[in-house]
Design a protein around this ligand. Structure first.
Ligand code: NCD
Ligand code: ZN
Length: 346
């Protein structure tokens, strides 16, 4: 059997939710990932360091006993976020980053930012202390086509922010376009990007051909094939500016299969397997550990994990993971619509 042994991966963009959902989804992450950047878009968002400490405790309380997992907490940026709270939380190691949701861009983003200038005092502090600014990079203007919202964000929002804050560490979250890849490649080491497993393997056809497929709907929405190819090239290149953020975002089936379905794909159950298969298919397996385990840690200024995982390649294609069962319904696991031979041992 072919195996690969790599440092334990980290997930640099993860939605864990709370309550029973948290309890059910967390073990999928904590069994194979050492750390994850925990997204703060709860129904009542994680805005202050005190909120983040409470949420961290809830996560830790739900960890299976033998799992060793470190949640890296983020704050949800609002127009009234207190720069001193951000500075103190970061200095104490209680929060790692602040996440920008343009108001209205995605799930639970209503408390997000409308006027970017309002957050400049917070960005000033973050630039000084080296704290990463995580960006949901889509404009929300009604007259901008949803497939163009990332590219327009770069031109109208990101470039001005970068000019005003040249040393700010920025992570362009869940990159979905060639324009995004090109922007990151044209930047220096202060700009990085997370890429999801699903955007490496599906394009918008998955969602729209042969009927509308809500389980392939996420934000930013999957784009056309040329964008997927640009993302694959970026992820598998080993370039230090690209690393895994699963953006695993569980919703109950009835919230997805609805006249107004929620955005989000639950993919952590097979994220490492799917990504490994992508690297094999691209003949770039030697670069896998950079994308999964090295680049993100370096960008965040953290040590690479001491623990390691073993990836095994089977002769037979492996099944799609089972759905997760909760009291109120199920969460559908991501079907990558491709043959996957790899899995994580244990
Ligand atoms: C995320 C969610 O459901 O919280 N959904 C998604 O489609 N990715 C929010 C987000 O990251 O945009
Ligand atoms: Zn997300």
């Amino acid at each position: 059997m072919t195996t690969l042994n790599i440092p334990m991966p980290d997930d640099w963009h993860l939605h864990l939710r709370s309550g029973e959902m948290l309890n059910k989804v967390l073990p999928y992450t904590s069994s194979h990932f050492a750390r994850a950047i925990i997204m703060p878009n709860l129904p009542s968002p994680v805005i202050t360091t005190a909120d983040a400490n409470n949420y961290r405790q809830e996560i830790i309380d739900n960890l299976p006993e033998n799992h060793h997992f470190t949640p890296l907490m983020t704050l949800y940026m609002t127009e009234s976020t207190d720069p001193d709270d951000v500075r103190l939380g970061y200095m104490k190691g209680e929060v790692q980053a602040v996440k920008l949701y343009p108001a209205g861009a995605t799930t639970h983003s209503d408390a997000g930012v409308k006027n970017l200038e309002k957050i400049y005092p917070v960005l000033d502090v973050m630039e000084q202390i080296g704290m990463p600014f995580l960006v949901h990079g889509e404009v929300v203007d009604r007259d901008v086509d949803i497939f163009d919202r990332e590219a327009v964000f770069i031109e109208t929002k990101l470039i001005p922010i970068r000019q005003r804050f040249p040393h700010l560490k920025i992570v362009f979250e869940h990159l979905t376009t060639k324009e995004g890849v090109d922007y990151v490649l044209s930047s220096n080491e202060n700009t990085a990007a997370t890429i999801t497993p699903h955007h490496l393997v599906i394009n918008r056809n998955a969602m729209l051909v042969g009927g509308i497929k809500p389980h392939y709907y996420c934000l930013p929405v999957a784009k056309r094939e040329s964008h997927r190819l640009a993302l694959r090239q970026a992820a598998t290149s080993g370039d230090a500016r690209f690393f895994l953020g699963t953006d695993s975002a569980p919703h109950l089936i009835n919230a997805k299969e609805s006249a107004c379905g929620c955005a989000g794909i639950f993919n952590v159950a097979n994220a490492i397997a799917v990504v490994t298969q992508v690297f094999e298919d691209e003949n770039t397996l030697p670069a896998l550990e950079k994308f999964l385990s090295l680049n993100g840690a370096a960008f965040y200024g953290l040590a690479v994990n001491d623990r390691r995982i073993v990836l095994e390649r089977s002769e037979q294609c492996l099944p799609i993971p089972d759905n997760i069962k909760l009291a109120e319904g199920e969460v559908t696991a991501f079907d990558p619509m491709m043959d996957v031979y790899w899995r994580v041992r244990g």
